[in-house]
Design a protein around this ligand. Sequence first.
Ligand code: NAP
Length: 278
Amino acid sequence: MTQTNYTDKVKRIAIIANGKYQSKRVASKLFSVFKDDPDFYLSKKNPDIVISIGGDGMLLSAFHMYEKELDRVRFVGIHTGHLGFYTDYRDFEVDKLIDNLRRDKGEQISYPILKVVISLDDGRVIKARALNEATVKRIEKTMVADVIVNHVKFERFRGDGISVSTPTGSTAYNKSLGGAVLHPTIEALQLTEISSLNNRVFRTLGSSLIIPKKDKIELVPRRLGIYTISIDNKTYQLKNVTKVEYFIDDEKIHFVSSPSHTSFWERVKDAFIGDIDS
Ligand code: NAP
């Protein structure tokens, strides 16, 4: 955990909510409390703290709204359903959040994010950041692509596609694909296959790869065509992708540290296992 000194500063707060009735109610309560508090200033421009109200999906949207300001922004998530992975508070804990923000001295918890660099055959290069994962798929035909790990030509993949996820994204699409759940403090990326073709002729490793921060992952499609690239909750159709490179970004996502932070393993248990005493 690290700390920024906010003691003498009015905190600029941005409140972002999804369209659910319960989220709007929570947002209006926060607006009414912070608008009359001289220690806070409500603004969607240049915030110090972004409060996302909804679920993990809403936090993904909030991340992308402020992805160019990650060096100065801290996030807080309120879930208006079940407990999430990016959300430290439930909707009935708003008063606790307000108290914690009044006492906040800038403590933060930070997690790695993914940097993706996509090269196209017309020379264009597209750069993106992902909080959960980036996937590359070829919809109309089998995707054939070389997977290169730290300059080692590792395998020629044939199948639906490849997902590369962050540690916090390991519990999202990656898990549905059979990938491992990674503790979010581990600085690593996870490469997971999407329906690979494996038989006597075509071979891939089959299991997912956990790649350390210093190693680079490259995906080199062997065929021109339309590729479907998803970065978290956004999907793009790109023509003639020649290379996709994946790195752990130099920047991280920072969350306001909560004294009542639920442990990662409790969240995993709560989300996927439930009560084991019955
Ligand atoms: P969505 O379909 O509304 O949300 C997908 C579900 O994933 C929601 O229940 C969401 O939780 C949950 N989720 C998001 N991030 C998570 C995380 N880090 N760990 C565990 N669960 C997480 O789509 P969306 O809101 O646009 O979110 C996009 C994300 O959906 C993608 O990043 C991808 O990971 C995931 N996704 C999963 C599958 C799959 O599992 N087959 C397929 C496509 C996409 P909340 O209910 O709290 O929002």
